[in-house]
Design a protein around this ligand. Structure first.
Ligand SMILES: [Zn+2]
Length: 258
């Protein structure tokens, strides 16, 4: 006859384990609720999204589990080669040529403190043709050596490699040194980002915050009040992006690295 199992009692350790599982479950539920609000709001209302940010989980514990997101390389989206004859980013950086193409010699974790979020306004038939059109505009009309931004986030959720992270961007005049430029493709002064796009951007910024040990997130208009970039419907989501990545919101983290 098999021995009957003794009645088990939950120990304090068991209870703590169950409490931890419950807490993790509620965190996922909160995230699901936020995403649900975003998706629902897009469908039923052209008004402001009803988003209630939840407190971020402890940053190191969460971010250590973040893998590099899938990023379409320059080669794969057909980026043009650099133009070091570009009139407004001519040649290479030096004390005599401060506007030239600047490759960072330092550890990128020392160079970067801030991520700056933009919208492209311009949108072509799809994400890929939009990235090409932005690069063309920046090189041929703005006179820069390459696309201004370090990353593009498409409406499909595809992330694109922009100019190399090892090079200074040209996306936020007067504050480019040490600022990562992330552009969401579309015009968010009139449209809401899709939930795919927002989530891809959130994951990218979470990863950048960890990889580069960032401290701040800002919208372009925080640095330059003359622009509406990144548009009202993306700007009102910046607190969620900052909170998710464990970053402070605003321009106080700007650090030129000099
Ligand atoms: Zn901008």
């Amino acid at each position: 006859m098999p021995q009957s199992r003794p009645v088990t009692r939950l120990t304090r350790r068991d209870l703590l384990g169950l409490a931890g599982m419950a807490a993790a479950g509620s965190g996922l539920a909160c995230l699901g609720t936020v995403l649900g609000y975003l998706a629902l709001d897009r469908l039923v209302s052209p008004q402001r999204p009803t988003v209630t940010p939840s407190p971020p989980p402890t940053r190191p514990a969460v971010l250590k589990q973040i893998d590099r997101p899938g990023i379409l390389s320059r080669q794969d989206w057909g980026a043009r080669t650099l133009n070091h004859e570009a009139p407004n980013e001519f040649g290479f950086y030096s004390a005599e040529n401060p506007d030239g193409w600047r490759v960072y010699d330092e550890d990128l974790r020392i160079v970067y403190r801030t991520v700056v979020v933009h919208h492209s306004v311009l949108y072509e038939d799809d994400d890929l043709s939009t990235m090409r059109a932005i690069q063309e505009q920046h090189m041929d009309l703005r006179g820069w050596a390459d696309i201004a931004y370090h990353f593009g986030v498409g409406q499909s959720g595809q992330v694109f490699e922009g100019r190399s992270l090892t090079v200074r961007g040209t996306h936020v005049e007067g504050f480019n040194t040490g600022s990562v430029g992330v552009v969401f493709l579309g015009d968010f002064s009139v449209n809401h980002p899709s939930s795919f796009q927002f989530e891809a951007g959130r994951r990218l910024i979470d990863w950048l915050a960890l990889r580069l040990e960032l401290t701040y997130l800002a919208g372009h208009s925080d640095f330059n009040p003359d622009t509406d970039c990144p548009g009202r419907y993306l700007r009102e989501l910046l607190p969620i992006l900052a909170q998710s990545a464990g970053l402070s919101l605003g321009t106080a983290g700007y650090f030129a690295g000099d």
